[in-house]
Design a binder for this molecule. Structure first.
Ligand code: ATP
Ligand code: MG
Length: 573
C-alpha cells in the first residue's frame, strides 16, 4: 500500500487492522460491524462510522455486518430500521446477507448471564435506581456494596428466572455484575446487566420483560458474530475495561474494541435525541428535512453519496474530539457536483425583458453545453424568443462602479444567445421596475461578436413562454450558533435555531429541459448554485431545493474573519 497519497494513507484504525493481518492475529481475518440503535434516522456522524467500518471490510477483504442494536423496546421502531437500510445502501455500501439483530441473541445473552451468576460474578439486586446511584459513589469517593451482593448463587438463579418469568414489577430488581465497588472506573462498580421492563418489543413481542443494558449486550453481540475489530466512539473508552471484563469472565471470542473521535459539525447537532425533538416538536418538516444533518435530509437536499464519502475520507479518523467546519462539507459537495451535474438556466427572481427588434412569435433553439467539465454530457437546445426573463439582481438603473451587468444603454451577453442592449426601463406606479426593453444584435448569435467587440458580463436567462414555473427553496444553516450544543443552563438548544434557515421563492422560471427530471435529480443552475428536484415535486408543482450556492460564501466569510483577527492582532502590537 502506498503512503504517498493522503487517500490511501492508513488512519490509526486501519493501521491496527493492517498490523493484525500481517501478524496473523485473527487468522488474517477482518470482521467489523455497524451497530445502529433503530431509534432515529442516521446522520452524517453515522456516515463517518459507516465509511470506516464498511471501508475497512472492503479494503482488507473482510466483512462488515449491519447489526441493529435493538435492546431498548421503548424507543425503537420499524420505520427507523427501514430508513437505516436505505441510507447505507444509498451511501454505496452493502452488508450482503450479514444482517443481524441484537434481539435475536436475547436467549443466548440470558444463558451467558446465568453462566456469570453460577461463577458467582453476578447477583440480583433489589436496590431502586436511585439507591444504585447513591451506592455507586463518585469519582473521588468509593461506592458501597449492595446488601444483596452476598446473596448465594442458588437464590440468584431462582430470582433471575423469576425476573424473566415476569413475576416482578418494572424497576423492582436488576441483575448486576459483581466486580468492584471501589474501582476508580465507575463503570466497573457493579454495573447493571438487566433491568425489568414490561414492554412490547418490535421483534420479540412480549417474550421478554427483562432487557440487557448496552454495556452487557454489546460485547456479547460482537462476540457472537465473531467480530475482530469493534470500532466505536471515544465515549466508550472508559467502558472498554467492562467490555473486556465480561468477555474474559465468560471466556468467549473476544474482539478488540477501538475508539475513534465522533464527528461534530459546526452549526449542527448530532445527537439523535435532539434531532428527534426537532422532528417531534415540528420545528422542521421531518427527519428528511433538507436542513437536517441526517443522511436522508442531505439526500433530499441534493448531496451526492460520493461527496459524503469524499468528505469522510478527507476528515480522516483520529483520537481527538473536534468540530469540523460545515465549509469543508460544502466544499466536498461542490467539488463532486461540479463534475457530475448538468447545467441549466433558471431565474430565481425574474425580471421581464422584451427584445424589441426580435420578430414576434419566432422561436429559435440555441445550443447550450450541458457540462463544461465533462464533454460526454453533450449539448441541449434552449429556446429563445422575444420575451425573456433575467435575474432582477442583474440589472441596476444607476449602476455603481464595478457593476458590469445590465444597465440602461449598456450591452451584455446572454449566455449561448446574443448580445443585448438595454434601451428602456418600464416602472409601475410605485416606481418599481416591471420590465426592460432591449435590442439584440443578430450578428452575435451564440454569444460572440464577429467584429471582436467585448462585453463585461454574461447573464443567464430563460424564454418567458417556454419556461417552467417552479418553487425554489433556499437554505441557510439550521442553527445560528457555531456550536448549538453549547447551550447555557436553563436554555433550550432550539433557541439558537436559525429563523432564516428556509427561504421559499414561489415563482422562479426554469428552462424547459428540466421538465422530465425525476425527484432527486441534480443540476447546476448557472451562476446560482446546485439544485435538486425535491421529493414532493410534481409536474403541477415543480419544487427545487438549493443544495449549495455556487460561490463559496463560506470561504469569503472565513477570510473576512481571519482578516479582522489579523487587524486586531496588528493593533495590539
Ligand atoms: P444514541 O446512542 O444517542 O442513540 P448514537 O449516535 O450513538 O446515538 P447509534 O445508533 O448507537 O447512535 O450509533 C451507531 C454507530 O454510529 C455507533 O457505533 C456510533 O459509534 C456511531 N456514531 C454515532 N454518532 C457518531 C458520530 N457523530 N461520529 C461518528 N460515529 C458516530
Ligand atoms: Mg449509541
Amino acid at each position: 500500500m502506498s503512503n504517498s497519497d493522503s487517500d490511501t494513507k492508513l488512519n490509526f484504525v486501519r493501521q491496527i487492522v493492517a498490523d493484525d493481518i500481517k501478524s496473523g492475529k485473527w487468522d488474517g481475518k477482518v470482521a467489523t460491524r455497524f451497530p445502529p440503535e433503530p431509534n432515529g434516522f442516521l446522520h452524517i456522524g453515522h456516515a463517518k462510522s459507516i465509511c470506516l467500518n464498511f471501508g475497512i471490510a472492503e479494503e482488507f477483504g473482510g466483512t462488515c455486518n449491519l447489526r441493529f442494536d435493538d435492546t431498548n423496546p421503548i424507543k425503537e421502531e420499524q420505520k427507523y430500521i427501514d430508513s437505516i437500510k436505505e441510507d447505507i445502501r444509498w451511501l454505496g455500501f452493502d452488508w450482503g446477507d450479514q444482517l443481524y439483530y441484537a434481539s435475536d441473541y436475547f436467549e443466548k445473552m440470558y444463558e451467558f448471564a446465568v453462566k456469570l451468576i453460577k461463577k458467582g460474578k453476578a447477583y440480583v439486586c433489589e436496590l431502586t435506581g436511585e439507591q444504585i446511584r447513591e451506592y455507586r459513589g463518585t469519582l473521588t469517593s468509593p461506592g458501597k456494596n449492595s446488601p444483596d451482593r452476598s446473596r448465594c448463587v442458588e437464590e440468584n438463579l431462582e430470582l433471575f428466572e423469576q425476573m424473566r418469568a415476569g413475576e416482578f414489577p418494572d424497576g423492582s430488581k436488576t441483575l448486576r455484575a459483581k466486580i468492584d465497588m471501589s474501582s476508580p472506573n465507575l463503570n466497573l462498580r457493579d454495573p447493571v446487566m438487566y433491568r425489568i421492563l414490561h414492554a412490547t418489543h418490535p421483534r420479540t413481542g412480549d417474550r421478554w420483560c427483562i432487557y440487557p443494558t448496552y454495556d452487557w449486550a454489546h460485547g456479547l453481540e460482537d462476540s457472537i458474530e465473531k467480530i475482530t475489530h469493534s470500532i466505536c466512539t471515544l465515549e466508550f473508552e472508559n467502558h472498554r475495561p467492562l467490555y473486556d471484563w465480561y468477555l474474559e469472565q465468560l471466556d468467549i471470542h473476544h474482539p478488540q474494541q477501538i475508539e475513534f473521535a465522533r464527528l461534530n459539525l459546526s452549526y449542527s447537532v448530532m445527537s439523535k435525541r435532539k434531532l428527534l425533538q426537532l422532528v417531534s416538536r415540528g420545528r422542521i418538516s421531518g427527519w428528511d428535512d433538507p436542513r437536517m444533518p441526517t443522511i436522508s435530509g442531505m439526500r433530499r437536499r441534493g448531496y451526492s453519496p460520493q461527496s459524503i464519502r469524499n468528505f469522510c475520507k478527507k476528515i480522516g479518523v483520529n483520537k481527538f474530539n473536534s468540530t469540523i467546519s460545515l465549509a469543508l462539507l460544502e466544499h466536498c459537495i461542490r467539488d463532486d457536483l461540479n463534475k457530475t451535474s448538468g447545467r441549466v438556466m433558471g431565474v430565481l427572481n425574474p425580471l421581464k425583458v422584451i427584445i424589441d427588434n426580435y420578430p414576434d412569435g419566432k422561436t429559435e433553439y440555441l445550443e447550450a453545453v450541458n457540462n463544461p467539465e465533462d464533454s460526454s454530457y453533450g449539448t441541449r437546445e434552449v429556446p429563445f424568443s422575444k420575451e425573456l426573463y433575467i435575474e432582477q439582481g442583474d440589472f441596476i438603473e444607476e449602476p455603481p462602479k464595478k457593476f458590469y451587468r445590465l444597465a440602461p444603454g449598456r450591452e451584455v451577453r446572454l449566455r449561448y444567445a446574443y448580445f443585448i442592449t438595454c434601451t428602456d426601463v418600464v416602472k409601475n406606479d410605485a416606481g418599481e421596475i416591471v420590465e426592460l426593453h432591449c435590442t439584440y444584435d443578430p450578428a452575435t448569435k451564440g454569444g460572440n461578436a464577429p467584429d471582436g467587440r467585448k462585453v463585461k458580463a454574461t447573464l443567464h436567462w430563460v424564454s418567458a413562454k417556454h419556461s417552467l414555473n417552479a418553487e425554489v427553496r433556499l437554505y441557510e444553516t439550521l442553527f445560528t450558533k457555531e456550536n448549538p450544543d453549547d447551550t447555557p443552563a436553563g436554555k433550550d438548544f432550539t433557541e439558537s435555531l436559525n429563523p432564516k434557515s428556509l427561504e421559499i421563492i414561489k415563482s422562479c422560471k426554469i428552462e424547459p429541459s428540466v421538465k422530465d427530471a425525476k425527484p432527486l435529480d441534480r443540476f447546476q443552475f448557472e451562476r446560482k448554485g446546485y439544485f435538486c428536484l425535491d421529493t414532493d415535486s410534481s409536474p403541477e408543482k415543480i419544487i427545487f431545493n438549493r443544495t449549495v450556492p455556487l460561490r463559496d460564501k463560506w470561504a469569503k466569510i472565513l477570510k473576512q474573519k481571519k482578516n479582522r483577527e489579523k487587524q486586531k492582532q496588528q493593533k495590539k502590537k
